[in-house]
Design a binder for this molecule. Structure first.
Ligand code: ADP
Ligand code: F6P
Length: 319
């Protein structure tokens, strides 16, 4: 019987469990024997691989995180470490591996696919930073988490004439900030694409206050760009708003996946099994214009993100 192993890697994302469940269920239906690799690439190298049956994936669809657990293993870039992973799979006669993760995990999958393991990748990351796919599993839940938090901050913002500078996750990518800025109706968004011009931010806030008579202000900022606390202090010093900063952190990554992520995960897993059935290797599953399609992993990583470019213009027209 042909075997397939599943691995989750990088930052956990809500919906990963839905993908694991669908892979196991659809895989078994299609005559495969299914295996789970525990703790991502660390577990693959250590040989933490167990058979998964139908009931092992019961009651997980609504759970955040990943039942297989995840890890980061920088050494996985080294050939000898990858060779150990290949050996562990081959020893169990496992020729197929589905990797659920972000761009880093995709690079690991690509390396294994060149060493004789048929690898298929599924985008599981809140960052939505794999350009070949319109959406990644976990992105929608993280967005809901951000919006829920900002809705609450807005109450205090309006009641106390405060400006909240809200730092959101995304690693070096801008989707979480950009989409949440549109969904929250924030006054400003700062990402690696907009750049960070502190004087411009101060001028815009003064304009919002004096020209538009706003008593509230929300600034959504991508992480890793600037110090949100420092900006909040300058806002207090130089505008009529009292500045406050908040880093939303891992709250964004947790919780029960929203329906969009559960459905996306199930659809993508179904496609991954189909690709393995057709003997594909080095491919990843993508959502393009509402359709689930396959692309080469290296192509999906290097595409240009055109969706976000259009959304920046929309944001500018809305503020
Ligand atoms: P994500 O998959 O969410 O982007 P990371 O960037 O942390 O998360 O990558 C997850 C893991 O993928 C890394 O810890 C490492 O084990 C593996 N990985 C990342 N880049 C490479 C690479 N160039 N070659 C092989 N493995 C890689
Ligand atoms: O890739 C998901 C992510 O949450 C990023 O948005 C963030 O930069 C990073 O992981 C945080 O990593 P850690 O959980 O290791 O602090």
């Amino acid at each position: 019987m042909e075997k397939i192993a599943i691995l989750t890697s990088g930052g956990d994302a809500p919906g990963m469990n839905g993908a694991i469940r669908a892979l196991v269920r659809v895989g078994i239906q299609h005559g495969f024997e299914m295996y789970g690799v525990y703790e991502g690439y660390c577990g693959l190298v250590a040989g933490k691989i167990k058979k998964l049956g139908y009931s092992d994936v019961s009651e997980i669809l609504a759970r955040g995180g990943t039942i297989l657990e995840s890890s980061r293993l920088p050494e996985f870039k080294e050939e000898n470490v990858q060779d150990q992973a290949v050996k562990n799979l081959k020893d169990l006669k496992i020729n197929n591996l589905v990797v659920i993760g972000g761009d880093g995990s995709y690079r690991g999958a690509l390396a294994l696919s060149k060493k004789g393991i048929n690898c298929i990748a599924i985008p599981g990351t809140i960052d939505n930073d794999i350009n070949g796919t319109d959406e990644t599993i976990g992105f929608h839940t993280a967005l809901y988490n951000i919006i829920d938090a900002v809705n609450k901050l807005r109450d205090t913002s309006s009641s106390h004439h405060r400006c909240f500078v809200v730092e959101v996750m995304g690693n070096n990518a801008d989707s979480l900030a950009l989409y949440s800025a549109i969904a929250c109706g924030s006054e400003l968004v700062i990402t690696n694409k907009t750049g960070y011009d502190e004087q411009h931010i101060i001028d815009e806030l003064i304009k919002n206050e004096t020209v538009y008579n706003k008593r509230h202000a929300i600034v959504i900022a991508s992480e890793k760009i600037f110090d949100v606390e420092k900006l909040a202090k300058r806002i207090s010093d130089e505008t009529g708003f009292s500045g406050r900063s908040i880093v939303l952190g891992h709250i964004q990554r947790g919780g029960s996946p929203v329906p969009e992520d559960r459905i996306l995960a199930s659809r993508m897993a179904n496609k991954a099994i189909e690709l393995i059935e057709h003997g594909e290797n080095g491919k990843c599953v993508c959502l393009v214009d509402s359709q689930i399609v396959a692309k080469k992993i290296d192509e999906a990583l290097t595409e240009v993100n055109k969706n976000n470019q259009m959304l920046y213009q929309l944001f500018e027209d809305l503020v």
